[in-house]
Design a protein around this ligand. Structure first.
Ligand code: BES
Ligand code: ZN
Length: 446
């Protein structure tokens, strides 16, 4: 089958890990992957967990060769909001050099490029320059709740020299980049409870604390007017940027159209953020507090004069080395409680969290990764700190003791997590070439 047809088949599974009703779709997607990996000549297995299954496939282990673990995920974000899509999210569409579908770039197109690269090499040469293990999970988008236990239980089978991952993006302008740092994450939900029931806002307004107003003030208290987070101690553990990192960020800025390009991608007229840092540094190297969702009170048509009984918000903090997610969540909760007025009750529920991750782009394996990107995409890769998170990277380091190298294949305008997610077909096909050079170079790097 043509690579693009394979990708379409993969994209048709509605493997949405946040939604329990899609558990059967996750299972059939995992089975499809296992069959694909077996068909190209690997030993492949679907492992049940208490959540979505994990797919592991490997070549026979030749002790004379290095071992590369290629990590990816087959689960996807919910497609919502559905009205935003030009065509249905699970009916892949090819148009003007791109393939559109939920998961096209995050992460099905990227992990499939590696699988097809391995398939090509095996088809032509009968063997690979390194031992390869594919580890493809189905819970990345919900914070990989079962993968750490899985890694511990299969530590020997998964032993390797390094991890290669394509689950990030290229630099603005679709220039190849090695991502050497990702931010960590800590999630929190707030619920402000007020009166026992929704009240008439004329009869009680002005006399009873309004949970929606209290919540708005709490959220506003997170930042000063210039975008600095006001939680005491928030910045204490932040590792300062090295001089070479500021140079790399400046190179990236020059090569990528600067703020104008980022405004264009975001569809905004102005960028805002912490003083003393460029936009690229703010996104990749500085921690933030973001409101992801907010609600409470009447949401229907027209006016309803009500004082809502409660209001909620969902928050995530993006963290950098060496911030500890637990420390940040505790400090955030303490601060928010100190800002809560009498007359309401603040409930705080903490969600998933993960450490930031950094690897060395100047190490032998970092150089091999850069050669692979240069060879496949015809330009020297830039060095990138990206703002997103893959919490399992820190866990892979802790349990398997190895570094992860991030060779992103998504185009910067791939709209991951948004409607009309897409992947440039040239990036997908380039990823197949990249995998082939990568395994070759890593074989030599040991
Ligand atoms: N592939 C992304 C992470 C990413 C994308 C990093 C682009 C850098 C550039 C991953 O699937 C993702 O979305 N991760 C979540 C983490 C989470 C749900 C714990 C994120 O970053 O929000
Ligand atoms: Zn994602």
């Amino acid at each position: 089958m043509e690579p693009l047809e394979e990708l379409k088949a993969f994209l048709r599974f509605q493997s949405i890990s946040t939604q329990p009703e899609h558990a059967p779709d996750l299972t059939s997607c995992a089975e499809w992957l296992r069959n694909k990996l077996m068909a190209i000549g690997l030993n492949a297995k679907v492992h049940a967990t208490s959540g979505s299954p994990v797919v592991v496939a490997s070549t026979p282990r030749d002790p004379a060769k290095r071992t590369v673990l290629i990590y990816g995920h087959y689960d996807v974000q919910p497609p919502d909001p559905l009205q935003g899509w030009t065509t249905p999210p699970f009916e892949p569409r090819v148009e003007a050099g791109r393939i559109y579908a939920r998961g096209a770039a995050d992460n099905k197109g990227q992990i499939l490029a590696h699988i097809l690269g391995v398939a090509e090499t095996l088809g032509e040469k009968g063997s690979l320059p390194v031992n390869v293990i594919f580890l493809i999970e189905g819970e990345e988008e919900i914070g990989s709740p079962n993968l750490a236990d899985f890694l511990r239980a299969h530590k020997e089978d998964l032993a390797c020299d390094l991890v290669a991952i394509s689950d990030t993006a290229m630099a603005p302008g679709n220039q190849p980049a090695l991502t050497y740092a990702l931010r960590g994450i800590a999630a929190m939900e707030l619920l402000v409870r007020g009166p026992a029931r929704d009240l008439h806002s004329g009869l009680f307004g002005g006399a009873v604390a309004n949970p929606a107003t209290v919540l708005a003030r709490l959220l506003a208290s997170l930042h000063d007017a210039e975008g600095r987070v006001l939680i005491p101690g928030f910045y204490d553990a932040v590792r300062p940027l090295e001089p070479w990192e500021r140079d790399a960020a400046a190179d990236l800025e020059k090569a990528s159209g600067g703020d104008a390009a980022i405004k264009e991608l975001a569809g905004v007229s102005e960028l805002v953020g912490e003083k003393g840092f460029t936009t690229i540094e703010r996104i990749g190297a500085r921690p933030t507090a973001e409101v992801n969702g907010i609600g409470g009170g009447y949401q229907g048509e027209g006016t309803k004069t009500v004082l809502p009984k409660e209001a909620f918000a969902k928050l995530t903090f993006r963290l950098v080395a060496d911030q500890d997610p637990e420390v940040i969540l505790t400090a955030a909760e303490e601060y928010l409680r100190s800002q809560t007025p009498p007359g309401v009750l603040l409930e705080v529920v903490t969600g998933h969290s993960g450490d930031a991750y950094q690897s060395d782009p100047h190490s032998p394996d970092g150089l091999a990764a850069r050669k692979a990107l240069a060879g496949a995409f015809g330009a020297e890769p830039l060095l990138l700190r990206d703002g997103g998170s893959i919490p399992i990277l820190a866990t892979l380091k802790e349990i398997l003791g190895v570094d992860s190298y991030l060779l992103g294949l998504a185009n910067p305008d791939s709209r991951i997590h948004s409607p009309d997610e897409n992947m440039l077909i040239e990036n997908f096909l380039g990823g197949i070439r990249m995998n082939r050079i990568l395994l070759e170079e890593l074989g030599k790097a040991g």
